[in-house]
Design a protein around this ligand. Structure first.
Ligand SMILES: [Zn+2]
Length: 84
């Protein structure tokens, strides 16, 4: 086996979510862009928290702004940004 680890960091934007979700879908992993408050979002032009939800065997992994999605031999995992 190759230890061919790949990672993508999310910048928190919808545009930035697309390639990550596409990458996951290409690997048969379901992921979606989630808006915390669509009404507020449309009124204030995207001013609300967003996440990427990734379906894993252990449940839904939540990707927040600055987090990294990492592909390992075992599958995908989310590495949380260090909270300051
Ligand atoms: Zn939103």
């Amino acid at each position: 086996m190759t230890a061919d680890v790949q990672a993508m960091r999310w910048n928190g934007t919808a545009a930035g979510a697309s390639p990550i979700i596409g990458w996951l879908l290409d690997n048969n992993v379901t992921a979606r862009y989630v808006c915390s408050d669509p009404a507020r979002c449309s009124e204030f032009n995207g001013d609300c928290p967003h996440w990427i939800h990734v379906d894993t065997p252990e449940g839904v992994a939540v990707v927040s702004l600055g987090d990294e999605v990492v592909q390992t031999d075992a599958g995908f995992e989310v590495r949380k940004q260090a909270v300051s």
